[in-house]
Design a binder for this molecule. Structure first.
Ligand code: AHR
Length: 321
């Protein structure tokens, strides 16, 4: 039964795509365009806005009708959106899940309807992995390792630092901490003084950093931020405390957006580990492969690089988000 449902979804995609404005399908076919639902978790960061834009632009470029839902940071809204997409009988669903858990029931329902689900940028923890088709994302554990390694190298393995975590229960917050701590465990001179979530947001990053500075003041030698927005908030808090970000307190963050590169050029941020939000082309390539009847790998990994302040000026003009 399940296999039939799956095939049905593939056929739905093929039929609905034929003769769309992209005009990709040979032999004409129906005048309908491919309909894809995108359940986005919100707009908490510059990164996420860039991801949304990338998916929307790519859908438009390919003549795909995109049903977009912004869950405003609430998992319940994302679940409601998935049910709504099923009701609309979309050909496929893109899901950027807020947290790792809580998806078993709704994704099993979507699968029963024969609609393939491509997870975008964040993974889920489910008992039955067949309820989603593939995950297109960066390796968040590796990003955490790279951030830690940079900090170890920059400080000679001796540093007291604070950590600004992303959204509690989200794959990037869990994995970026895991990878970071894995490297730190080999360097006893690296000490995490305080660690708290700032929910991937700039304002919250500033607020939590202010509290860190109040509690530990000049003991803090470095900040590890799970994303750029929180690092930018921390920079504001450090400046307000009369200290020099990037000099008195080293900062390493993840994402690598334009504002972070500008901060590096200004000498206020020391290093970024890239995490690309430009996933639209990869997402629709994956759906087109499904449409052609190909089996996708369970995981499609996005490549990330590391940039230091010294490289920032040369790279800044190339940043697309
Ligand atoms: O899932 C990717 C993370 O989510 C990005 O690093 C962060 O900026 C975003 O909000």
């Amino acid at each position: 039964m399940r296999a039939l449902g799956w095939m049905g979804a593939l056929l739905a995609l093929v039929v609905s795509c034929g003769g769309g404005d992209g005009g990709a399908a040979a032999g004409g076919g129906s005048a309908k365009t491919m309909v894809v639902g995108f359940a986005q978790l919100g707009a908490e960061s510059n990164w996420r806005t860039a991801e949304t834009r990338s998916v929307q632009d790519e859908a438009q470029r390919r003549g795909i009708e995109l049903k977009f839902s912004d869950a405003q940071g609430q998992q319940e809204n994302q679940i409601r959106a998935l049910k709504g997409f099923v009701g609309m009988n979309v050909g496929a669903i893109l899901l950027a899940p807020k947290t790792e858990t809580g998806w078993d029931n709704v994704l099993a329902d979507v699968k029963r309807k024969g609609i393939p689900v491509v997870l975008l940028d964040r993974g889920v923890k489910v008992a039955d992995e067949s309820i989603y088709t593939t995950l297109i994302a960066s390796d968040f554990v590796e990003e955490g390792r790279k951030a830690a390694q940079w900090l170890v190298d920059a400080t000679g393995g001796k540093c007291r630092l604070v950590e600004l975590q992303g959204t509690v229960g989200s794959a990037p917050a869990i994995d970026r901490q895991k990878g970071f701590l894995e490297v730190l465990a080999k360097h006893p001179g690296m000490e995490v003084l305080l660690s708290q979530t700032a929910e991937f947001g700039l304002a919250k990053g500033k607020e939590v950093m202010e509290a860190f500075l109040k509690a530990k003041g000049k003991e803090i030698q470095a900040v590890y931020a799970h994303n750029d927005d929180m690092a930018l908030g921390a920079i504001q808090a450090i400046e307000a405390a009369g200290l020099k970000p990037g000099v008195d307190i080293r900062i390493v963050s993840i994402d690598g957006g334009k504002p972070a590169f500008e901060a590096m050029v200004a000498g206020k941020l020391n290093c970024v580990v890239e995490c690309s939000p430009l996933l639209g082309p990869m997402a629709f390539d994956a759906l087109e492969r499904l449409q052609r009847g190909e089996t996708l790998p369970k995981r499609i990994v996005v490549d990330d690089r590391v940039f230091t302040a010294e490289q920032a000026a040369a790279e800044l003009p190339n940043r697309k988000y």
